[in-house]
Ligand binder design. Structure first.
Ligand SMILES: [Ca+2]
Length: 146
């Protein structure tokens, strides 16, 4: 893991062709929690933060207000501060804290035309048939933990 302030984490995500992760459902949240719990025991940044001079939380990627939230009990509690960035906390719940705190972080990236390679990537028969496989043309979002 590579702990960074929220702003540095977002810069790193942009440099990798993405953004800090935007969570729009309980399923997505559970996926990120599962990823975190398998590779780190730390809390980790997501792409939600108080927008400057608005005082409300918006996603950095889309600019949208959150349609799904998973705040821990009593959170967010930085009501008096204009600054607040959001981490995935214990039990997968969300907590707001100072943006300069260093945390591991989740990036998301969109990929187009992806498909799953066969498990046996050197299988000759797979190589012969892969050109006939349909390419998935949907845009897929992938999440990465840094
Ligand atoms: Ca808090």
């Amino acid at each position: 893991m590579n702990p960074a302030s929220w702003t540095s984490a977002q810069t790193s995500c942009i440099n990798g062709g993405g953004n800090l992760a935007e969570i729009t459902s309980a399923v997505e949240n559970s996926f990120l929690v599962h990823l975190r719990d398998n590779y780190s025991d730390k809390n980790a940044w997501i792409g939600l933060r108080k927008a400057n001079n608005k005082g409300t939380y918006t996603w950095v990627s889309s600019g949208n207000d959150p349609i799904f939230t998973f705040w821990a009990s009593g959170q967010p509690n930085l009501a008096a501060s204009l600054e607040g960035c959001v981490e995935i906390w214990w039990a997968g719940k969300w907590n707001d804290l100072q943006c300069e705190t260093k945390r591991p972080y989740f990036c998301e990236r969109s990929v187009i035309g992806a498909y799953r390679l066969p498990i046996n990537r050197t299988g000759k028969s797979e190589e012969e048939t892969i050109s006939q496989r349909p390419v998935k043309k949907d845009i897929t979002v992938i999440f990465l933990l840094f």
